[in-house]
Design a protein around this ligand. Structure first.
Ligand SMILES: Nc1nc2c(ncn2[C@@H]2O[C@H](COP(=O)(O)O[C@H]3[C@@H](O)[C@H](n4cnc5c(=O)[nH]c(N)nc54)O[C@@H]3COP(=O)(O)O)[C@@H](O)[C@H]2O)c(=O)[nH]1
Length: 592
């Protein structure tokens, strides 16, 4: 680009002018001090805001920048083209190279982006005497670019969020089943390489359904969050705690060198449940059952290990002391049986396979009938007669107990009504009930309507609720039982002596009767401590003005002991096993 500086000045209005003045792109030539020697219409109008194409000549960018600044004093964050341009002009001169820049500055109060090409301007001897430049407004392009970058950033954030949601549990933020299975698969691969063990711990909160049903899901959620936080405090960074759903958690313990360490880890972990859980309204004691499976002994892949730890957890639930259990093959059979039984049980409702038996309750001396307990049996077409111990725990854990107990109530009360209508005196019917039933919103309406329909008075019905259930949350029990009291239905605490009753609560509970558990009756009068416990319970009833009944009475000497110590109401094989409707009818006729 070897023009004479003078040529350019002289020819300003000639051929070059004609060629460049009407181009939409900006064109200019500056001397070594950055002063304009030539400027086309586009730069004068769009960047410099010059009066005409002559005004910039002999002036630098700073002059125009300051003038613009003055016109827009109110804009605090002002970027001037002036300095940027000067710096880039200098760079081109110093490096003696053509260059491309992106420059920006406030023009007419708005930010403008320019794409600028600059090159050295030489005299005929090849000396640099200034710079030539061409600029193009790329503000719109830049805006699109910024918007695109922002959208991409938003998309990235959204994608990260979605990825997190897909792999984590929303309530606790813990890995969910998908991520858990992935981590377990990785842990197995590593353990295989390093010839180590991996333990899978399947944890389930005991009676969590009852917390949800009786205290509401918000309390259940608080407990789940607190359980998570407490467990995380006990965990190593290398292990994974995941929530699989509901109240089911799983832990992967890596790098196990000695299998005995697993028991220690579990016992140590269970410590976190020792302190009560204090929610906004309740103080709850929570326990947890843990099933353990080990790689490679109990499964070679993630699916097998998870399935087997689940089966072991079911076994742990049946333990009364250590609530954890290691997997063994027998459990797989049991797990299948459980699934089979659950399916059969759902069908049993449709096919009306549940029947109610009655066990008489009599006066210890006169043998006169005082009442009867309704006890459910399952008459399965292939498996035959199934006793409740086999299906009640399953019904409780699946929630089917609500439906089942209502069927028992309907059948028992309806039969009771038929006996009355036929002129018999069945006295009173006791029906087993779970606290979850009382938490069902429509239960009180259900029982009231049933009694009205069958023309049975509330005082002829009694509900038996186990001590363990009532004392699980005594405050909630007081409220629920008060409602039953209002209806005139009496309540007996079943299995009394096994559920660690608090005497303070016992005094406040709206109950009418204690039923002494069979385990205390079995060895009276021989066993002195059991005899003392039984006497204490009878005295307690006298002092609290409660009725008392003993269950599981099989021998005369047990019956005599009870009678001599003022327990007159007896239930047990000594007088009768639970019997069907026809046999019960005969019993009523003989014993009233
Ligand atoms: N929620 C519901 N629970 C129910 C219902 N029906 C029964 N059950 C509970 O199942 C458990 C087992 O019941 P079952 O096999 O019927 O056993 C009862 C009696 O047969 C047994 N019993 C009574 N006397 C004796 C005896 O002298 N010896 C002996 N070995 N067993 C005896 O006790 C069971 C009654 O117990 P309880 O209810 O505690 O009075 C049992 O826990 C039932 O409660 C149901 O419809 N719903």
């Amino acid at each position: 680009m070897a023009f004479e500086l003078m040529d350019l000045k002289q020819n300003n209005s000639s051929l070059l002018n004609l060629l460049t003045q009407h181009l939409p792109d900006m064109l200019w030539v500056k001397d070594l001090e950055g002063k304009y020697i030539y400027a086309n219409k586009a730069i004068c109008n769009d960047l410099l805001m010059a009066k005409d194409t002559q005004e910039p000549i002999g002036k630098g960018d700073i002059f125009f920048a300051l003038r613009e600044r003055e016109a827009h004093k109110e804009i605090a964050d002002w970027h001037t083209f002036g300095e940027l341009c000067f710096n880039s002009d200098q760079l081109v001169i110093d490096s003696n190279k053509a260059m491309k820049f992106e420059e920006y500055g406030n023009v007419k109060g708005k930010l403008m982006y320019l794409e600028v090409y600059k090159a050295p301007f030489y005299d005929k001897d090849g000396n640099i005497i200034g710079t030539v430049g061409a600029g193009r407004d790329i503000t719109q392009l830049k805006k699109i670019q910024f918007d695109l970058e922002n959208s991409l950033e938003e998309l990235d954030t959204k994608r990260d969020q979605l990825e997190f949601q897909a792999n984590h549990d929303a309530l606790t933020g813990l890995p969910n089943r998908v991520l858990f299975m992935d981590r377990l698969t990785q842990a197995i691969k590593l353990a295989k390489r390093e010839k180590q063990h991996v333990a899978v711990l399947f944890l389930d909160i005991d009676d969590f359904k009852k917390i949800n049903d009786s205290l509401g899901h918000h309390v259940g959620d608080e407990i789940l969050i607190e359980v998570t936080q407490r467990m995380l405090l006990k965990m190593r960074k290398s292990d994974t705690l995941a929530r699989l759903g509901g109240d089911e958690f799983c832990i992967i313990i890596n790098n196990i060198k000695d299998i005995d360490d697993v028991s220690k880890i579990i016992e140590n972990g269970m410590e976190v449940f020792r302190d009560p859980f204090i929610t906004q309204e309740h103080t709850l004691y929570i326990s947890i059952s843990v099933g353990v499976s080990l790689y490679p002994n109990d499964g070679k892949d993630a699916i097998a290990l998870l399935k087997n730890s689940d089966a072991a957890m079911y076994k742990a639930k049946q333990n009364t002391r250590d609530r954890y259990s290691f997997y063994d093959e027998e459990m797989t059979k049991k797990a299948y049986e459980r699934i089979f039984l659950e399916t059969e049980m759902r069908k049993a409702f449709e096919k009306d396979e549940f029947v109610v038996y009655f066990q008489p309750q009599v006066h210890a001396k006169t043998k006169i009938l005082t009442g009867m307990e309704a006890l459910v049996r399952w008459q399965h077409p292939d498996m035959g007669f199934i006793y409740p111990d086999r299906f009640i725990p399953l019904a409780e854990s699946t929630g089917m107990i609500i439906k089942l107990d209502r069927i028992v109530m309907k059948k028992a009360i309806s039969q009771f009504s038929r006996w009355k209508k036929s002129g018999l005196e069945p006295k009173k019917v006791s029906i087993n009930l779970t606290m979850t039933q009382l938490a069902e919103g429509d239960f009180y309406k259900f029982i009231k309507e049933l009694l009205e329909y069958e023309n049975v008075s509330a005082s002829e019905v009694e509900f038996e609720i186990t001590e363990r259930e009532i004392m699980g949350n005594p405050d909630a029990s007081i409220k629920a039982l008060e409602k039953l009291n209002e209806l005139g239905i009496s309540v007996a605490i079943d299995d009394f002596g096994t559920g660690y009753s608090s005497l303070t609560y016992l005094k406040r509970l709206p109950i009418n009767k204690l039923k002494i558990d069979k385990s205390f009756i079995d060895n009276i009068p021989k066993d002195l401590s059991d005899s003392a416990i039984v006497k204490t319970i009878i005295n307690l009833c006298e002092n609290l003005e409660l009725q008392v009944i003993a269950e599981g009475v099989e021998e005369e000497n047990q019956n005599d002991f009870l009678f001599e110590n003022n327990c007159e109401d007896i239930q047990g094989f000594l007088f009768s096993h639970p019997i069907n409707v026809k046999d019960m009818e005969e019993f009523i006729k003989k014993h009233t």
